[in-house]
Design a protein around this ligand. Structure first.
Ligand code: BEZ
Length: 201
């Protein structure tokens, strides 16, 4: 299998952590891909018509995208440890959607700040994206610490990748300041070898 990826992407990082946690690293060849909404560059448009990473080319069957589909496929291939059985599954999937939603909004902010021509940038639009992130962080801090502290699953990994991306691109926003429980959870989660080995730089 071939994974089209860039290590800075929080969505790619979900897949990289899953591969390490499930012992499948040796089964996937990494293919570097870069681009942005204004210039697809080397993004895998033939494998994913949306031109987004990660995309997973399989030896048999069509390419898979996006990160949720790829993670579900690779976890199933390894025995299904990171997506628990229902009813816990519904919480895991909701948590994964929350983490991915934070990453979506943060990546859009990044594009707005560095890709969109300066004269077209909108401070109001940036503030609206951050408001979405702040609400999600509030919800994680208030209601999700118990689940986050349970056995490792893809919900935790998605949230961890979102928080790592905030540290990477928006450290000045200091998300920890108003979310002490989430910050404490993240400090412990960050000790996992799979997490340490994939910190974006
Ligand atoms: C970034 O450099 O922030 C980035 C790279 C790839 C995908 C998303 C974000």
């Amino acid at each position: 299998m071939r994974l089209y990826q860039a290590p800075a992407s929080p969505f790619v990082r979900k897949v990289l952590i899953l591969l390490k946690e499930t012992g499948q690293e040796g089964d996937v060849t990494m293919v570097a891909a870069s681009g942005n909404p204004l210039d697809p560059g080397t993004l895998p448009v033939a494998q994913n018509p949306l031109g987004k990473i990660p995309a997973l080319e399989r030896d048999e069957g069509p390419a898979l995208y996006d990160s949720r589909v790829i993670c579900r496929f690779l976890d199933d291939r390894a025995g299904g440890r990171l997506y628990p059985a229902a009813p816990r599954l519904w919480d895991t999937l909701t948590l994964e959607a929350t983490g991915d939603g934070i990453s979506d909004a943060a990546v859009l902010m990044r594009y707005e700040s560095v890709v969109r021509p300066e004269a077209s940038r909108s401070p109001e639009w940036l503030a609206a994206q951050w408001a979405k992130i702040a609400r999600a962080l509030d919800a994680l801090d208030a209601r999700w610490i118990s689940h986050l502290s349970g056995p490792l699953d893809m919900g935790q990994i998605a949230v961890g990748c979102a928080l790592g991306y905030l540290d990477f691109r928006f450290a000045d926003r200091d998300w920890r300041a108003d979310h002490p429980a989430l910050a404490a959870w993240y400090a412990g989660y960050g000790e996992r070898p799979s997490v340490k080995a994939t910190v974006p730089a």
